[in-house]
Design a protein around this ligand. Structure first.
Ligand code: CMP
Length: 130
């Protein structure tokens, strides 16, 4: 698992100590193509980082984005504590790493580089929603 994490740019620069902490709870999950990972307006407490594959982000029936290898999604509900802004559906078979809320919060508070990368994306995506 540590080798998988090191190959994902999102985690690549983390110190070994942080990687070890994350590894305790991070999970590798697989979804088939054409599968809904979660629905808009659902309560969410997991963030996903795409290891391999492609998803569509759908808001009120319109596709607003496609995400693929090394992109992440599901972070907005964790940052805002609000329901999911969009539905996320797989376009291909998907391998993702999943982080629970406690680990996500720990990562944000202990790693400024990751925190600023996620915040930047949250602000951009939030602007897109309006
Ligand atoms: P969340 O609101 O938890 O669940 C839906 C996810 O879709 C959201 O987090 C983001 O990760 C993602 N998302 C929302 N808007 C966009 C966008 N404009 N571009 C890419 N991803 C988005």
């Amino acid at each position: 698992m540590i080798e998988i994490l090191k190959n994902i740019p999102f985690f690549a620069d983390l110190p070994e100590e942080d990687l070890n902490a994350i590894m305790e709870n991070i999970q590798l999950q697989y979804f088939p193509a054409d599968h809904e990972i979660f629905q808009e307006a659902a309560i969410g407490d997991i963030m996903y980082i795409i290891k391999r594959g492609k998803v569509q982000v759908i808001r009120t029936n319109a596709v607003i984005a496609e995400l693929s290898d090394n992109d992440f999604f599901g972070e907005m509900a964790l940052v805002s504590e609000e329901p999911r802004n969009a539905t996320v559906k797989t376009l291909t078979d998907l391998e993702v790493l999943t982080l629970n809320k406690a680990d996500f919060q720990h990562l944000m508070s202990s790693n400024p580089t990751i925190a600023s990368m996620i915040s930047y994306e949250v602000v951009n995506r939030a602007n897109d929603l309006n």
